[in-house]
Design a protein around this ligand. Structure first.
Ligand SMILES: Nc1ncnc2c1ncn2[C@@H]1O[C@H](COP(=O)(O)OP(=O)(O)OP(=O)(O)O)[C@@H](O)[C@H]1O
Ligand SMILES: [Mg+2]
Length: 219
């Protein structure tokens, strides 16, 4: 079982959007996913409550219960757990970051978003975990995403090669309590999420190989 924490101390960057869409992508790939909604606003949980499909499962939890929640998820056969966190809540985001194999930090390409990423970068350092920024809601054309990517790297963060464009399908699918790959399976948004899911999985496989190597050397 892999655990991904999606954090950003800034509000509205796309944490919940990416958490739910990656979970749907995982289910579609035959890997049962659980989303743990650590945000008291409970937007991810509300998405699930209004949905006809029961999977991916979404539960609300408090950060202090994460250890038990992850243990139960593993016992129940979850292949992927995604921790959706609240903005402006350092202790909860830090607990999620520490529990994760990989941290994703969605970031819009605006200057205020990029400045705000410094707080998330500090938090990731405290957690001592691999973290990658994901440019989200980028304009379909222009150099802004490239410039934003360079600016994010200056905070010492890696940037995902997969970027998510600003598309109406992301808004409409959330309203319909679906993922973009259910809402518009052949659409561009669905394709971007598929790419992000694949890339994220490949990153976690790399982390597992590194961990196995370390363990082999230590034994
Ligand atoms: N790629 C995108 N294209 C278009 N709209 C998007 C995209 N990503 C997110 N949005 C929209 O932006 C808004 C904020 O997204 P979301 O709720 O996922 O952010 P968040 O980081 O979870 O917010 P919060 O910090 O409040 O929890 C939502 O209305 C969502 O539909
Ligand atoms: Mg959210």
């Amino acid at each position: 079982m892999y655990t991904i924490a999606i954090i950003s101390q800034k509000g509205g960057t796309g944490k919940t959007t990416l958490a739910l869409n990656l979970a749907v992508a995982s289910e579609r790939a035959g890997k049962p996913a659980l989303v743990v909604d650590l945000d008291p606003q409970a937007s991810a949980k509300a998405w699930h409550d209004h949905r006809t499909e029961k999977t991916p499962i979404v539960i609300s939890a408090q950060a202090s219960r994460l250890h038990e929640v992850l243990k139960t998820a593993e016992e129940n056969g979850a292949a992927l757990v995604i921790l959706d966190t609240a903005p402006h809540s350092e202790s909860s985001a830090l607990a999620a970051a520490r529990a994760a194999d990989l941290i994703l930090i969605p970031c819009r390409p605006g200057v205020l978003d990029i400045r705000a990423i410094a707080t998330s970068a500090d938090l990731v350092q405290l957690a001592k975990k691999q973290a990658v920024a994901v440019l989200n809601a980028i304009p379909p054309q222009g150099h802004l995403p490239d410039e934003a990517g360079e600016a994010i790297k200056s905070f010492g963060l890696a940037v995902s090669p997969v970027r998510i464009t600003n598309r109406a399908a992301f808004v409409h699918s959330l309203t319909a309590s679906t993922g973009v790959s259910e809402y518009e399976p052949d659409g561009k948004a669905a394709d971007e999420i598929k790419q992000l899911y694949k890339w994220t999985l490949s990153q976690m496989n790399v982390l597992t190989r590194q961990q196995n190597k370390k363990e082999a050397l230590a034994s």
